[in-house]
Each structure stands twice: as C-alpha cells, then as structure tokens.
Design a protein around this ligand. Sequence first.
Ligand SMILES: Nc1ncnc2c1ncn2[C@@H]1O[C@H](COP(=O)(O)OP(=O)(O)OP(=O)(O)O)[C@@H](O)[C@H]1O
Length: 224
Amino acid sequence: MNKVVLEAKEITKYFHDPVTVKILDKVSFQLKQSEFVSVIGRSGCGKSTLLYILSTMDTDYEGDLIIDGVSMRDKKEGELAIVRNEKIGFVFQFHYLLNEFSVLRNVMLPGLKLGQFSEKEIEHRAYEKLKILGIEKEALKDPNQLSGGQKQRVAIARALINDPLLIMGDEPTGNLDKKNSEIVFNIFQELAEEYKQTLLIVTHDNEFAARTTRIIEMEDGHIK
Ligand SMILES: Nc1ncnc2c1ncn2[C@@H]1O[C@H](COP(=O)(O)OP(=O)(O)OP(=O)(O)O)[C@@H](O)[C@H]1O
C-alpha cells in the first residue's frame, strides 16, 4: 500500500475583493505515492488557487493540509519555505529559467539553496536529472539557446533536483506544442511509475488528463 503524501482536509478559501466570495468549499482528497493526478475544470473554478494552497504558498485558508504526515496549518513562513524546498518541485506554464546562468546551474540552484550537499554532489545530481529528461548534452548552454520544449524539460529537471516527494504543475504543457506536450507527459509518467514520485498537474488539456491515473474535476469550488 503506497503511503499518503498529501491530504487536503476540508480546504475552504475566500477572496474579499471587493466582496467576499467563497472560491474553495471544503475540498478534501488524498494523494498517494506514485499517483499521477490531473486537476481539471473550467477557467476560474479555483484550480490555481487550490494549487497555491497545496504548495504552501498561500496560508490564508480554512481546513488543514497534511504533507508527509505533518500538518502545515500552524507552520511559520520560514518552516514552510523549508518544506517547499525539500518536498515539493514546481513546474509552471512558463519556465522561469535564469538566462544569466547555464542550464546546469539553473537546475542546481534549488539544491544549492537547500544547503545540505556539496556543490560537486549537486552538480552530479543535476547531470543525472538532465539525463532523465534527455537533455544532458545541453548542460553547458544558456537557456536562451534552447527550444521551448527543451527549456520546459530543464524546468522539470530543476523541480527534481532535491528529489521532492511531490511534483506540482500549473499548466506545465500550456505553452508547448503537441509533440513537446507528449514528451513532457511521458516524462511525468516515468517519474510516477519508475521513480515513485507523486504528481499533481493542473491542465486544460483533456487528452493529457484522460491519460493520468486519476482526474480531479473541479466545479464551483467543489470536487465534482
Ligand atoms: N487575489 C484574488 N482576489 C480576488 N479574486 C481572485 C484572486 N485570485 C483569483 N481570484 C478569483 O478566484 C477564482 C478562481 O481563480 P483561479 O485562478 O484559481 O481559477 P483557475 O481555475 O485556475 O482558472 P484558469 O483555468 O483560468 O487558470 C476566479 O474567479 C478569480 O477571479
């Protein structure tokens, strides 16, 4: 039986601008290790808001969030930053790579921030991640010398550098063509199946969602 890596317990979220609106209404679910789950739903239904809370970036909510058996509810920002860096890898629609650093250095940065390993070890790990993504030959290039699909693969390698328990993505294929979306999908699938990683991916791509192991469909702040 795979362990529960994340549990959302009745997560409720209000925005107060300009009037109070309930965006998430008692959202509860569990993610188990090695699951590849997609989150779908029409624009504005609260997918990104939910991801922000689950990734500990937004702490203004009701309910509880348990990551790796530990409640995030009363943790201070400094503690949450450590949880994020150690346990969660993020992939966004845009890659947010730093052009002044090489591909390799970009991948290494969250590892250097963690401060647990030597620079040599992190460099070794970064090469390993680039190999998994099939782009180790690009390691010493600048990000702006890569194609869009390659840049997104670098962003995924960067998300993997600290061997996170969870990988969260907010439309990670939203900016990619069909061929590159397929490559990214296959990589995510491999991460779940072979590396036992857990993925939670917000997507507008129904074909992508249909091939994940579970779909969470949101509607009006609820899971449908
Ligand atoms: N800071 C904010 N203040 C007030 N309302 C907000 C704020 N951020 C988001 N909202 C509202 O909350 C709702 C949910 O937004 P959210 O970005 O989570 O939707 P989404 O499902 O991710 O949409 P999309 O698919 O278009 O990205 C929307 O109605 C949005 O207008």
